[in-house]
Design a protein. Structure first.
Lengths: 112, 112
DNA sequence: TTATATACATAAATTTCTTATGTATGTAAA
DNA sequence: TTTACATACATAAGAAATTTATGTATATAA
């Protein structure tokens, strides 16, 4: 059922940045649920991976945060900074190249 | 020029097993050169990653080895075991699923 | 009152990879 | 002739990302 999470190592930053490129702002828990729904439950993004990744992207200046209390619970919203907007383009190009090279190496034709 | 090697974390075993599914038998150095040529120099497989990976796959019983001396140099040939033949099918299916999910998450259409 | 969902966070351990180093042979260039 | 590069293996130290486990806290449904 679930995919081999091992393979997603290294792609997490790109996934986060791309979701924020599409959604203006999102909070951590929302990101885990979004990944779950997009992959139909196949990829489960662990909190122990997500939160440190968000903190790192923020420390690098790619993300900005605003904190709100909603329904008596804390939410930390993340959005792309100017640098983040630029970086997501690079990351997506790298991901594209990566997929192309991996398909070459495994002789997997793009399925269509 | 070169791809972001970071992204290939976790894919090395699959790449090795697939090359051996196609080539009957290969030795370590040959694998590094094959990866280099397939990717046109974009992915450079380091020895520090390759040899431990080969040893691990052998220890797991997926690979078998025969050693030869060619032109006064040692060569350790690797080939798929019966278990290895089965496992490469699983690994390739996992890689296919992984690519499909990643394309979904990054809304990258397969390029064709 | 128990389990589940929401919402954040961090520490320890694991895994994989990079970088650096080591041994050894053969060939081409300076 | 000695320097660099290619061939061919191997391992150790360090870096980086992730898993697993744990913690806090609120709200709701069983």
């Amino acid at each position: 059922m679930a995919v081999n999470n091992e393979l997603f190592k290294g792609t997490l930053q790109t996934i986060i940045l791309n979701l924020l490129a599409e959604n203006e702002r999102m909070y951590g828990y929302e990101i885990t649920q979004k990944v779950k729904s997009i992959t139909q439950g196949e990829l489960l993004l662990k909190e122990g991976a997500l939160y440190p990744a968000l903190h790192k992207l923020e420390a690098e200046g790619l993300l900005e945060t605003t904190t709100e209390v909603v329904e008596n619970r804390l939410r930390k919203y993340y959005s792309l900074s100017n640098d983040g907007e630029k970086e997501v383009v690079n990351k997506l190009r790298e991901a594209k190249d990566f997929i192309a090279q991996l398909q070459l190496l495994l002789n997997l034709k793009p399925s269509f």
